[in-house]
Design a protein around this ligand. Structure first.
Ligand code: SAM
Ligand code: SF4
Length: 332
């Protein structure tokens, strides 16, 4: 039975866990061009520690895990870790968010694991030169290799994450919707957030949920809203006769918090009740001090109970008001 219920009555069954803070890209909206101070290796959770955390949380009702980073596939032996996790019978789904640079090498293995259901592939442009500008790396072909494989996979469902960047890729929003015409893939447009490792830009959200939807409405006559799962992070739509769907993630305007079912663990083992909080406690430190499973369970239950109602309240509770950490540290 699920024991992770917050004081607002929300049941938590979904964990996002960052397996590393390192990455092989340097997307402009996520990291500065240089620096970003990756943590020392010993500060990262080990796979054993991550396995233990997931086992304890799955005893409390977590059935779904998304592994992210940094870039999960840059961590050595990530695929073995996935194998280990997939033996946990209480986990129904293990999903991955990845930039796709190394992914193509592992796709057949991932298909065989069975429990990997969704791959969220981050792709913000279909143009090689723009890809280089956004990610500061020249590996577009490799990402497209992953994309081409995934769009034809029967086992792995592809969701494309597109961060809407004012003045950079908004001209491609319609091209991305057109990707859903012949393939049953889902494209999700994400509002850009200030988690870029360098501090707040002047964050007027020029391309927020409304602007994105208005832009799409100008191009298509018959957009149908889809009924999504209560806890969905995106508001979803389809077009007549299109095989796939598209959605908008109001990540920054935070209109989806009332049905949140998620908690996060960062790559250094910080427990987060909300993307916008500062981290509630270090699971890693408790593990390394020899905490028992029962005490750990109690800690999780008590902490989840205090989950803030929404991202604005979480942000207000921060000692450091400047939300400048990189998404690669938080685990997007
Ligand atoms: N490296 C992997 C990737 O890019 O998919 C996983 C980690 S990345 C931090 C997870 C997701 O966060 C990606 O889809 C990325 O586009 C998104 N993201 C990163 N920084 C963001 C920001 N400032 N605003 C909105 N989304 C962001
Ligand atoms: Fe790396 Fe993902 Fe951040 Fe891009 S968004 S720099 S791929 S962690």
């Amino acid at each position: 039975m699920n024991q992770l219920i917050d004081k607002h009555g929300r049941t938590i069954n979904y964990l996002r866990m960052a397996v590393t803070d390192r990455c092989n890209l340097r997307c402009q909206y996520c990291m500065p061009a240089t620096g970003n101070d990756f943590v020392e290796r010993k500060q990262l959770l080990s796979y054993k520690e991550m396995y233990r955390i997931t086992r304890v949380l799955s005893d409390l009702g977590i059935t779904k895990i998304r592994l992210t980073g940094g870039e999960p596939f840059v961590r050595t032996d990530f695929i073995n870790f996935l194998q280990m996790l997939s033996f946990n019978d209480k986990l129904e789904e293990i999903n991955i968010t990845t930039n796709g640079v190394l992914l193509y090498k592992y796709l057949p293995e991932l298909e065989n694991l069975g429990k990997i259901k969704h791959i969220n592939l981050s792709l913000d442009t279909l143009k090689a030169d723009k890809f280089r500008t956004i990610t500061r790396m020249d590996v577009f072909d490799r990402v497209m290799q992953s994309f081409d494989y995934l769009k034809n996979s029967n086992q792995l469902k592809l969701k494309v994450n597109f961060v809407v960047q004012s003045g950079i890729n908004t001209d491609e929003i319609i091209d991305f919707i057109e990707l859903t015409k012949d393939k049953a893939i889902s494209v999700r447009f994400i509002e850009e957030m200030p988690f870029n490792g360098v501090g707040l830009k002047d964050y007027k959200q020029t391309w927020d949920y409304e602007t994105i939807l208005n832009h799409i409405n100008k191009h298509y006559q018959e957009i149908t809203p889809l009924v999504s799962k209560k806890s969905s992070t995106s508001v979803n739509f389809s077009l007549p006769s299109y095989k796939g769907s598209f959605g908008i993630i109001p990540a920054f305007t935070r209109t989806i918090c009332h049905d949140c079912n998620r908690i996060r663990i960062t790559s250094t083992g910080n427990f987060k009740n909300c993307l916008f909080d500062e981290g509630v406690f270090s699971v890693r430190d408790f593990l390394r001090k020899g905490v028992s499973d029962n005490d750990l369970k109690e800690l999780f239950i008590k902490t989840v109970h205090q989950k803030p109602a929404n991202g604005f309240i979480a942000e207000q509770s921060r000692a450091n008001k400047n939300i400048s950490e990189s998404m690669s540290n938080i685990g997007g």
